[in-house]
Design a protein around this ligand. Sequence first.
Ligand code: SAH
Length: 336
Amino acid sequence: MENIYGKTKEDLEQFFIANNDKKFRATQVIEGLYKQRVSDFNSINNISNNAKELLLNNFSIEKLKIITKQSDKDVWKYLFELSDGEKIEAVVMNHDYGLSMCVSTQVGCNMGCSFCESGRLKRVRNLETHEMVLQLLTIEEDLDKRISSVVLMGIGEPLDNYDNVIKFIKILNEHKGIDIGIRHITISTCGIVPKIEKLMNEDMQVNLAISLHAPNDSLRKQIMPIANAYDITLLMDTVKKYIDKTSRRVTFEYVMLSGVNDTEECAIELGNLLKGVNGYVNLIPYNKTSSKYEKSNTYTINKFYDILKKMRINVTVRREFGSKVDAACGQLRSKY
Ligand code: SAH
């Protein structure tokens, strides 16, 4: 049986119509699941017995199992077990503007970025839409708090699980349901060009973050295998098209690896690459993993930042969260 949490409003409308019931049942079900937060179909307000019967016979309403929960200052990390026994992690961070959540999109990851822990386990499978929705619902229930923004920056490459991710975003954004504003949702990608092309035609105002991490191809290829498939000129041309088409500002993520991509020359090259592009650079202090890399020191990060600033590039340094519980960027893993 399919899990109800993977269904969009449109899916449910079609379902009820196909079963000779009313289209508006879909809204009632969505409100029951996400406003009322029922845990069984019988508790949904205002729906007929016939509709309850239909739901019971066609969908499961099973949640995710929390295996462990760890916390550090302003951060919680959850390990979940999926119904086939696979495990994934999700993280919630407490900001002054509310709670943001970092969700996983795959079990394992095939992108093989050399600095990232999440890819040590090759992709086992894509997450189903409901498994992404349930990361949020389960955590909200556990913390008894609402999450106000979502970043697709956990384990996995979101654009390598394209259809399920788009559905997930629709469900998050559904006004009658979870109702997280589209501008509070961010897809982060290592740069799968054809999927970025596809995304720009979805007519969605979702935020896009590009894991750039290097200002040229030779360096990028050293640390990110995806650079062999799509070179930086093609990637940048596609991102510029994305910006034109969506009028959204794009984020360029740049993990600072000591002695690798954090030199002054790199900063200048990056500044030139991004000149005139409507975006901003997010410098990410590297979180130590099992890789050979070391974190750039604060002086180097500040210098890099200053060079970009002087070149009139918008730049921020990512606040560090959760490294004590291995909950920081690139430290999540599927291996347990
Ligand atoms: N696959 C997506 C999302 C995953 S990770 C992507 O590549 O964008 C989110 C961000 O954390 C990416 O920019 C990723 O490159 C970065 N990251 C990975 N490992 C890291 C580490 N050890 N320290 C800091 N950032 C890391």
